[in-house]
Design a binder for this molecule. Structure first.
Ligand code: HEC
Length: 183
């Protein structure tokens, strides 16, 4: 009789395996149940209900250095200097191309004409980086837009590490120089 009950118990536990949408039985729960909130989910603990919090003022995430000129474009223009100015080696351009194609191409397009694949569904015009305007910009100004954003374009500081941003600037320059007829 006892054996029968144990058998039934074992059957009822192990028969609910990970089939369909049913979760597996959690015999040892460890950290399966925890109060962590998923990004974008409602958080009733905080007054405004937004789980993705803005970091407290004057703090900086571990291992991240904030962009020094975020609020001051004229200081950026005066102090930033491209350490790779004019360097178009394949090492430099390969890195720049990688970051361009991963982060910028979707909007600005493969040839940076402002015609990326997102264009048909994007609510605002995307500028060409082949324009006379950007051809005339300094390297520092392009670096600044990548780091701090501009108007309706957000910052790409978290996508393009600071040490690879000049390579990306040079790649934009390479696109301009190799496509002199495009605007
Ligand atoms: C989600 C779309 C999007 C992505 C991705 C994007 N941009 Fe932009 N970019 C824009 C828009 C829109 C503007 C115009 C913003 C404004 O002035 O309000 C802009 C403006 C610029 C400008 C200034 C152009 C001008 O004529 O004033 C530069 C330079 C630039 N982007 C470079 C980049 C680079 C480099 C990347 C990749 C790191 C990038 N953008 C990624 C949408 C994007």
């Amino acid at each position: 009789m006892k054996k029968g009950i144990i058998g039934l118990l074992a059957f009822s536990i192990f028969s609910c395996g990970p089939s369909g949408n049913k979760p597996n039985v959690e015999i040892i729960q460890d950290m399966m149940e925890q109060p962590a909130i998923k990004a974008q989910k409602q958080d009733d603990f905080i007054e405004n209900g937004i789980s993705s919090r803005v970091p407290p003022e004057n703090t900086q995430p571990v291992g991240k250095k904030p962009y020094a000129y975020a609020m001051d474009i004229s200081k950026a223009m005066a102090e930033l200097k491209n350490p790779l100015e004019g360097q178009m080696s394949s090492e430099v351009l390969f890195v720049g191309q990688k970051y361009f194609n991963t982060n910028c191409m979707v909007c600005h397009g493969q040839k940076a004409l402002g015609d990326g694949p997102i264009k048909p569904s994007y609510p605002i015009p995307i500028p060409s980086l082949m324009s006379d305007k950007i051809r005339g910009w300094s390297d520092a100004q392009i670096f600044h837009v990548i780091s701090a954003g501009q108007g309706l374009m957000g910052s790409y500081a978290s996508h393009v590490p600071e040490k690879y941003r000049w390579q990306l600037v040079n790649y934009v320059r390479h696109l301009q120089q190799s496509q002199p007829e495009l605007r």
